[in-house]
Structure formats: C-alpha cells, structure tokens
Design a protein around this ligand. Structure first.
Ligand SMILES: NC(=O)c1ccc[n+]([C@@H]2O[C@H](COP(=O)([O-])OP(=O)(O)OC[C@H]3O[C@@H](n4cnc5c(N)ncnc54)[C@H](OP(=O)(O)O)[C@@H]3O)[C@@H](O)[C@H]2O)c1
Length: 267
C-alpha cells in the first residue's frame, strides 16, 4: 500500500512549514501533486511559500497562521481538521531550548511541551478517525535522535521528543492493517540553512560538511518512508550513529557525556 493519491478535496497538512524541514516537506508534497494546508506563526513566509507552490505545481495551498502552543487556537484547528479530508499529516513544528532547565523561562518551557508533544497528540487524534474510516492516510511525526537519550542541558526538548518517538512507533502498530501509515522521522543534525562562518554554532564547527544532510533530502526520504509505512527514518550517517548510541548505550554513561556537549550549546 502507498500513500493516498492527490484528490481535489484532500489536503496534506504540514506544521512548521515556514522554514527548514517543514518547508521542504510542503515543497516535496506539492511536487508530488498534493494540495496543502501549511501552518506556522510567520504568515508572510507561509504566504510566499504558498504562492511559489501554487505557481510551480498547480496545487491548492491554504495558509493557517497559528501558534500551535496555544491550546485554544490549536483546538479550533484540530476541530477543522477532524471535519475535513486530511490525507497526510506531517507533525513537524518544534522548538528547542538549551541550558539547565532551572534557569530557563518556565512559560517558554511549557510552550515547548505544548508544541513539541501535546500538539502532535491533538492533531493526530483529530485526523485519525477520518483516515481510519477512509481506510487510507499517512502521518509523519518529526521526533529526533534526541528522543532516544537523556540529555542534560536539553531536558525539555529531549523529553518531548521521547514522547513523540514512542507515540509514533506505538501508534503505527495499533494501525496495522487499517491502511493508515505512521512513520517517525528521528534525525540527528539536519542543516536547514547555510551557517554564517562568523556566527556558526559549535555543532556547525564540529561536524564536518560531508556528514551533514539537508532538509530537501530529509523530506524526500521521509515521504518515501511514509509511503512504505516504515517505522522510523533516520537520515544520514551522523543521525544513524547518534540513534544507535542513544538507544543502546547505558544512560548512566551516555547522559553526562552528552550533557557536557549540550552545555556548550547554551548552558
Ligand atoms: N534541524 C535539525 O537538526 C533537527 C534535528 C532533529 C529534529 N528536528 C526537528 O525537526 C522539526 C523542524 O525543525 P527545523 O530544524 O526545520 O527548524 P525550524 O527551521 O526552526 O522550523 C521550525 C518550524 O516550526 C514552526 N513553529 C515554531 N513554533 C511554532 C508554534 N508555536 N506554532 C506553530 N509553528 C511553530 C516554525 O515556524 P514559525 O516560527 O513561523 O512559527 C518553523 O516553521 C522540529 O520538530 C525539530 O525538533 C530538527
């Protein structure tokens, strides 16, 4: 079985489509003929993307300017999705914070949980009944290799990604035979824009260029994996290495090592 074919009323939804991996997913879906609903807070970026995709691929693109960490706004959007023909849902929007959680803004940490974990849960549950009734659908969940590990100095992010990693892989088995595909995208570092050498992060400096993968490659690989109902897609050598290390090394050993590296990112 593959993904639902594009149809006039059907929409593929991409959250976090205003930049990075989400923008690449929306672009790849449009190139494959799917009409879209694109979601993020920066409306001007979404409108520019929508204009490009309509012109280049002749698809319909609806823009929803929305803060998905806001429960009321999210509930209204989830209700809309539950009433429409959603063929594909890419739960991709996410943010990360770095440093000891005790020193971070509690409100922003809560927003991170709402966006990275609760919104993924809400939107998935909104589209599931329709997909199951139609006997077809695809749900891509952007987790992270960070969700396989305990990561001091990235605690809220790692915990939210552990939630979505586990949710995705559990749900996929529940839906076996239903025609609804669920795939987890669990990358390590993905280069979403070319770094300014003067402003490069420690990750940019430490990871050699040949080990980086980009958003376009990640999006294509993810949608191909979703079409095949793969459990998890881990793009690139570095991501694969992180994924294996995170899943199979004892946390009492890996957590302090990883934590001291993440401390340099913003601790
Ligand atoms: N790049 C990596 O190395 C990497 C590695 C592992 C996992 N990931 C995951 O991949 C996903 C995409 O990340 P990215 O690297 O492409 O980063 P990005 O370019 O910063 O994209 C994040 C997207 O999320 C949207 N977003 C943020 N807060 C939002 C909110 N409150 N409501 C609605 N939309 C919101 C942003 O749009 P607005 O700002 O316009 O709202 C943007 O479109 C995330 O879930 C991230 O955790 C990334």
């Amino acid at each position: 079985m593959s993904l639902p074919s594009p149809a006039p009323e059907a929409r593929a939804v991409v959250t976090g489509a205003s930049s990075g991996i989400g923008e690449a997913l929306a672009t790849e879906l449009a190139a494959r003929g799917h009409s879209l609903i694109v979601v993020a807070r920066r409306g001007e970026l979404l409108e520019a993307l929508a204009t490009t995709l309509r012109t280049e691929h002749g698809v319909t693109v609806e823009v929803r300017v929305l803060d998905l960490s806001d429960r009321d706004a999210r509930t209204a959007f989830a209700t809309e999705l539950s009433e429409r023909e959603i063929s594909i849902l890419c739960n991709n929007a996410g943010i990360a914070t770095f440093g000891p959680v005790s020193g971070l803004d509690p409100a922003y940490e809560r927003d991170q949980v709402e966006l990275n974990a609760v919104a993924v849960h809400d939107l998935t549950l909104a589209v599931l009944p329709g997909m199951i009734a139609r006997g077809t659908g695809g749900i891509l969940i952007t987790g992270s290799a960070a969700g396989n590990m305990a990561i001091p100095n990235n605690a809220t992010y790692a915990a939210t990604k552990a939630f979505v990693n586990t949710f995705s892989e559990s749900l996929r088995i529940e839906l076996k035979g239903s025609g609804v595909h669920v795939t987890l995208l669990a990358p390590g570092p993905v280069r979403t824009e070319t770094p300014d050498p003067a402003d490069a992060s420690i990750v940019d400096k430490l990871v050699p260029d040949f080990l980086w993968i980009d958003s376009t490659y990640t999006a294509k690989l993810s949608l191909d994996a979703l079409a095949k109902n793969k459990m998890r897609v881990v793009p690139g050598l570095l991501s694969k290495g992180m994924s294996i290390a995170g899943q199979y090394s004892p946390r009492s050993i890996s957590a302090p090592i990883v934590g001291s590296f993440y401390k340099k990112l913003g601790g």
